[in-house]
Design a protein around this ligand. Structure first.
Ligand code: NDP
Length: 463
């Protein structure tokens, strides 16, 4: 047995991760359900082939790994993970470790962690897509701390490194904590993408800017406070042209967004936690609306498209996006705090911001500042950390201007608008839920609390 670790599932992510592990000097035994994939993978692993040990049965895989063994699963989330654990269990010793590195729903990871499996088990969120897996992903681990510590030398070696050299691989807490943090990451990813798409839409439809001009604007923003992977790739996709005809690539892509459901999980979980994350929820909703192509066309035929124009200066758009981003992350981190309390996880907010700084899809320079702000003020909402309170004050008028003007002209900015609405509600010391309470008491005799503290079991509503 020569391998330091095993890996099952040589699809997009698994094969990239296996090459990354081998490249960092760790011999890795690999297995894939379809054996031909394993053979092809080994043949194509080039100079890393000597550190890749191909196996064609689970028995051979297990025999190839040094005990106590660690085996990463990179198969589709759900039943395939349970099937693999079941198939492996009789072949493994109790101290061997199975690591589910797919996009599991954290409830499944909680279930597996509590199921008294005959082997050790970790749930690990991996972000960064294929390129991240190959050259350095962001890794969010959950499960038993000692199990994490045992394999962390490999995980920190393969993880992305932040600018200050820190590896983006962190143990988040017990059970499904890692997969939970990954889910929120994905929710934020949906929201970041949606807010960029909204500003793109305004530039395209409200300002009639061509894709190449939009590319320039994104490229410019990528040099400033919005510097991030998603702004960078948005510039690149806006600059690309269609090889079959030469038009801007963006102009020939159907406006129907796909989704694997992880943003939806985050939104559903937020509802269970009573944690308001309206920017993320709006992003999920926007993907769902995008899927209703025929219905949208029908409604446009009946009511007409949004009237143009809606011209807004570029720095105002940039500042609106900055404000939207701060509000989105403030909501995401607050959701993580709520989960931390509910599940007893002590999720480390500054560490989470740090682990997202490199390797993952939402990596951005602003996350450096968020990590700092959350270190200084771990128990307060991000927007109350002085550095972000100031930035928000500075950028909020731009967000309000953009949302108001776009809305007046019928250009939808659901995620950006929800950021603003959340802020306006949160800054309202006396809201309108007194009306809700009175209504509830009227029809349901639920009672209510009074401002003066007197007890009022029921209001004087008459019959
Ligand atoms: P792929 O579809 O590329 O690969 C899936 C792999 O799992 C293949 O090796 C396949 O084997 C194997 N597999 C499928 N079903 C079973 C099963 N029932 N039993 C055993 N093996 C099975 O998927 P990805 O690599 O994209 O994704 C893997 C995991 O990583 C998923 O959970 C995904 O959500 C997650 N993930 C993906 C990211 C991405 O950007 N693609 C990013 C982060 C996480 P075979 O060759 O036999 O079909």
């Amino acid at each position: 047995a020569d391998a330091e670790i095993g890996l099952i599932g040589l699809g997009t992510m698994g094969s990239a991760l296996a090459l990354n592990i081998a490249e960092k000097g760790f011999p890795v035994a690999v297995f894939n359900r379809t054996a031909q994939v394993t053979r092809d993978f080994h043949r194509e692993s080039g100079e890393l082939a000597s550190r890749v040990i191909p196996t064609e049965s689970l028995e051979d895989l297990v025999a190839a790994i040094k005990p106590p063994r660690a085996i990463i699963l990179m198969v589709p989330a759900g039943d395939p993970v349970d099937q693999q654990i079941k198939a492996l269990a009789p072949l493994l010793a109790p101290e061997d470790l199975v690591i589910d590195a797919g996009n599991a729903n954290f409830h499944d990871t909680n279930r597996r962690a509590n199921a008294k499996l005959p082997v050790r088990f970790l749930g690990m969120g991996v972000s960064g897509g294929e390129d991240g897996a190959r050259h350095g992903p962001s890794i969010m681990g959950g499960g038993n701390r000692a199990d994490w510590d045992r394999i962390s030398p490999i995980l920190t070696a393969i993880a992305a490194k932040a600018e200050d050299g820190t590896p983006c691989a962190t143990w988040m807490g017990e059970q499904g904590a890692g997969h939970f943090v990954k889910a929120v990451h994905n929710g934020i990813e949906y929201a970041d993408m949606q807010m960029i798409a909204e500003i793109y839409g305004l530039m395209r439809d409200g300002m009639s800017l061509p894709a190449l001009r939009i590319a320039e604007i994104f490229e410019g923003w990528n040099e400033g406070p919005l510097q991030s992977y998603l702004i960078e790739i948005s510039g690149k996709v806006a600059r690309a042209s269609d090889p079959h005809g030469g038009q801007p690539m963006l102009d020939v892509i159907l406006d129907r967004a796909g989704q694997k459901g992880t943003g939806r999980w985050t939104a559903i979980e937020a509802q269970h936690l009573a944690a308001p994350i309206p920017v993320i929820e709006a992003a999920v909703m926007a993907r769902n609306i995008s899927a209703r192509l025929d219905e949208r066309k029908e409604i446009q035929d009946r009511f007409g498209p949004a009237p143009q124009p809606c011209i807004i200066e570029e720095p105002i758009l940039e500042r609106a996006l900055i404000a939207g981003k701060i509000l989105c992350y403030a909501q995401g981190f607050a959701m993580i705090s709520a989960a931390s309390e509910k599940f007893g996880w002590s999720l480390p907010l500054p560490e989470i911001a740090r682990v997202w700084r490199a390797g993952c899809i939402i990596r951005s320079s602003m996350l450096n500042d968020m990590a700092e702000a959350l270190t200084e003020h771990p128990d307060r909402n991000l927007i109350m950390a002085p550095a972000f309170a100031t930035r928000l004050e500075d950028s909020l008028p731009a967000l309000r201007q953009v949302v108001v003007e776009a809305t007046r002209q019928g250009h939808p900015l659901p995620a950006l608008a929800q950021g603003l609405i959340w802020f306006d509600m949160m800054r309202t010391g006396r809201g309108t839920a007194n009306m809700i309470q009175a209504q509830r008491d009227f029809f349901g005799a639920h009672g209510f609390e009074r401002l003066d503290g007197r007890n009022e079991p029921h209001g004087p509503w008459g019959s």
